[in-house]
Design a protein. Structure first.
Length: 151
């Protein structure tokens, strides 16, 4: 009888631990990613975001420039893909920490961007491990900019 009670107690503790782990895992944050069909670094950034708690819905777009214009992404902020998340635009290879901060702080801006494709930014890693310094830029719909994050 004692062995049976110990065994049942163990099963209950294990079940509670599994349920606790399932409840502790947050639901992935949905994002919409627009990219060129042939872009490999965009796919790497999407995988990076997926691994870091986001749920990317990817749409290949033939004329990405027209979409960027429609969404208000100015040419100087442009990169190879554009993302919508939580009412914001995230342009290019923005680190997950910057996106998380954006969603937590909810500043009154249109979005954030990593212009170009700096070596070592998420999705643009290079075999040598080289990382170029870069800024994550915050931009407003009327064209004002500030540095949101330094990498």
């Amino acid at each position: 009888m004692r062995t049976l009670l110990i065994g049942m107690t163990g099963v209950l503790i294990l079940s509670a631990a599994v349920v606790g782990q399932q409840q502790a895992k947050p639901k992935p944050i949905p994002i919409s990613v627009y990219k060129s069909p042939s872009c490999g670094c965009c796919a790497q950034w999407v995988d990076y975001m997926r691994k870091n708690g986001f749920d990317p819905k990817v749409q290949d777009v033939d004329n990405i420039g027209a979409l960027k214009l429609k969404l208000g992404v100015r040419e100087e902020f442009s990169s190879c893909h554009t993302t919508e998340v939580g009412g914001y635009i995230v342009e290019g290879h923005v680190p997950v920490e910057s996106v998380q901060r954006l969603l937590k702080e909810r500043p009154k801006i249109a979005g954030i961007a990593v212009p170009g494709m700096p070596a070592g930014s998420p999705g643009v890693e290079v075999p040598s491990g080289k990382k170029d310094p870069y800024n994550v830029v915050a931009f407003t719909s009327d064209g004002q900019t500030t540095v949101f994050d330094r990498r």
